[in-house]
Design a protein around this ligand. Structure first.
Ligand code: ADP
Ligand code: MG
Length: 317
């Protein structure tokens, strides 16, 4: 195969921003803008795998589960809600992207969305301490009752009310990796690993769903490595990763070798739950043989591919 493969992760804010109406129309409008960059990458001749976050969408689906109970419809587990969000967002990206392909007179591409599972180890230390708040808010009494009924853990989330917390284990393998690879090789644009994938673990020879969430940047790296992609591109709402971010002396990281970036990582420059998993994924992709990791915004993505913008991580400069 001669074509270069690029795995692109779309940040959650590209689909729905805080404060915007949570409608289908709003999400489609955001996605139509977000797909510009994908069209440009396709025009450059890359084989493209798109991954995406699902935070706001799965959050809303979980709230809908809660209100359905009053109508006698049992709430579905987190794994099912994750699968629903992959279907929902996958379909929206597919629709938005096909519109753009048509406008740009690219008629030889199919866009497919694949329900994706990520394997985790049930012995992962994350299971000892659930940290990630998800879904609706409850009163303290409701939370205590739910805890007694289900053994799920609830915490007071920043004084806003009680929420269920789940573990965030490390993804080890993307089960649909080989299928994804085959589809991109045939020229399809593949949407996969939505929300980091549905976490599953191996029990008695089969994969069963586990109550957890996976960081989408970490899962995108695992997929990119697994299918031997050339480039890992993590798109978000900042143009670069920064040193001393948010302080007066903040400094943009541009082109950098992994050894240097690792030092910065160990010094704790990147915030947990946001930039830290991106930097960690960028480093790991190169360590496992990838040629280039990029962290940037959609506006800078093409310039980053031309080596002119964004944080670009390489083995040696
Ligand atoms: P996404 O949905 O794209 O994963 P996140 O909110 O998880 O978005 O991560 C991007 C955010 O990380 C930025 O908006 C920025 O505020 C934050 N951030 C934390 N530390 C840094 C850093 N060192 N450099 C740049 N951005 C950082
Ligand atoms: Mg994030």
């Amino acid at each position: 195969m001669t074509k270069k493969l690029i795995a692109i992760a779309l940040g959650g804010n590209m689909i729905l921003q805080k404060g915007q109406p949570k409608t289908y129309e709003q999400q489609m409008e955001n996605l139509r803008k977000a797909t510009d960059v994908i069209i440009n990458v396709i025009k450059k001749g890359y084989g493209v795998i798109l991954t995406h976050g699902n935070g706001p969408q799965v959050g809303n689906i979980l709230v809908q589960q809660k209100s359905g109970v009053a109508e006698g419809i049992p709430g579905q587990p987190l794994s099912i809600c994750g699968a629903m969000s992959q279907g929902q967002i996958g379909f929206m990206i597919q629709t938005a992207l096909e519109e753009r392909l048509y406008e740009h007179e690219i008629h030889d591409k199919r866009v497919v969305a694949i329900i994706t599972r990520a394997v985790v180890n049930h012995k992962d230390s994350a299971f000892k301490e659930p940290t990630k708040p998800i879904g609706p808010f409850y009163s303290e009494e409701e939370a205590i009752k739910l805890h007694q009924e289900t053994k799920d853990t609830y915490i007071n989330d920043a004084g806003r009310g009680f929420r269920k917390v789940v573990p965030s284990p490390i993804p080890l393998e993307i089960l649909e990796g080989p299928t994804i690879r085959r589809c991109v090789e045939e020229g399809d644009i593949v949407i996969a690993v939505g929300g980091g994938g549905i976490p599953v673990s191996l029990e008695n020879g089969t994969f069963v769903d586990v109550d957890a969430v996976i960081d989408k940047d970490r899962a995108t790296e695992v997929l990119a490595t697994q299918i031997d992609a050339d480039i890992l591109m993590l798109l978000t709402d900042v143009s670069n990763a920064y040193l001393n971010y948010g302080e007066e002396n903040q400094q943009k990281i541009e082109k950098i070798e992994i050894s240097k970036l690792k030092e910065m990582f160990d010094e704790g420059h990147f915030a947990k739950g946001s930039m830290r998993p991106k930097v960690e994924s960028a480093i790991q992709f190169i360590e496992y043989g990838g040629s280039l990791s990029i962290i940037t915004s959609p506006e800078n993505a093409i310039a980053a591919l031309d080596d002119k913008s964004g944080t670009r991580v390489v083995k040696k400069i």
